[in-house]
Design a protein around this ligand. Structure first.
Ligand SMILES: Nc1ncnc2c1ncn2[C@@H]1O[C@H](COP(=O)(O)OP(=O)(O)OP(=O)(O)O)[C@@H](O)[C@H]1O
Ligand SMILES: [Mg+2]
Length: 250
């Protein structure tokens, strides 16, 4: 489970500060995907970076299972990420010289003990995950030999190597056409169920929202809550108006 509890995050902006995330609370349960949508600059990536323990918020708590990540030192947060968090960014960031299988296996080398048994189990998990994302026949290919969608599949498989309790995904489909994008979303929903992860997925692509278990909308860093009259936000943010209408009619 991942729970964000009253998160506020500001950034320095000249002499003042800009509020990127404004008192946001959100819980994602195991086996479910929670979509986070909203216009450009509404704080989606900032909120995800806080959930991933990459940025410490000004206030609020990030609970991953029973651990409050905001109380941890940098080193402890890094251990928590290695053990319990999977992160998928828009750009796969694969290492050019490594095969698909090696991209996954290298995750096992990060700060851990390298027993032979551990290596064997990492190799087996890498093979299972590559099968799960439909790349069993491509495990020996390097990134330049894979399509954009295939690279994103390797990226997702790599984020799942540590069997994370929280999977955090930022705009995974923006470099893909709609059909390949939909396949990636379906893959994330399926693996979230199979591996029982708690997944937060940022997307501005409204066609994907009906596939997700829940969707929340951010406007100016704050959640637009069910039952709020969104007309003020709609007036200020036409794109969000479209979001809310589409979510309502889905
Ligand atoms: N490192 C930073 N320093 C200063 N301001 C930042 C920083 N990162 C983000 N911001 C500001 O915080 C706000 C939220 O940005 P964020 O990147 O979270 O939006 P977003 O919803 O992910 O947008 P997009 O859909 O364009 O990716 C924006 O006003 C942005 O300019
Ligand atoms: Mg963003």
């Amino acid at each position: 489970m991942i729970r964000l509890d009253d998160i506020t995050l500001t950034f320095a902006d000249g002499d003042s500060r800009v509020t990127a995330v404004d008192h946001v609370s959100l819980t994602a349960h195991p086996g479910t995907v929670t979509g986070i949508t909203g216009p450009s600059g509404s704080g989606k990536s900032s909120l995800l970076a806080v959930a991933a323990t990459l940025i410490r918020p000004d206030s609020g708590r990030v609970l991953i299972d029973d651990v409050d990540a905001t109380t941890l030192s940098r080193a402890e947060a890094s251990d928590l990420r290695r053990d319990r968090v999977g992160i998928v960014f828009q750009q796969p960031n694969l290492i050019p010289s490594l095969t698909a299988r090696e991209q996954l296996e290298v995750m096992n080398e990060l700060g851990a003990r390298h027993s032979r048994a551990r290596r064997r189990s990492a190799a087996a998990r890498a093979d299972d995950l590559l099968d799960a994302v439909g790349l069993g026949d491509h495990r020996d290919k390097r990134p330049h030999q894979l399509s954009g969608g295939q690279r994103q599949r390797v990226n997702i498989a790599r984020a799942l190597m540590n069997d994370p309790s929280a999977l955090l995904v930022d705009e995974p489909t923006s470099a893909l056409d709609q059909r390949r994008g939909a396949a990636i979303i379906d893959l994330i929903v399926r693996l979230t169920g199979e591996l029982d992860t708690s997944t937060l997925l940022v997307t501005h692509d409204l066609v994907h929202l009906p596939r997700l278990h829940t969707t929340v909308t951010l406007v100016d860093g704050a959640l637009v809550v069910d039952g709020d009259d969104p007309s003020d936000a709609v007036a200020a943010h036409p794109a969000t108006g479209a979001c809310i209408r589409s979510a309502a009619s889905a």
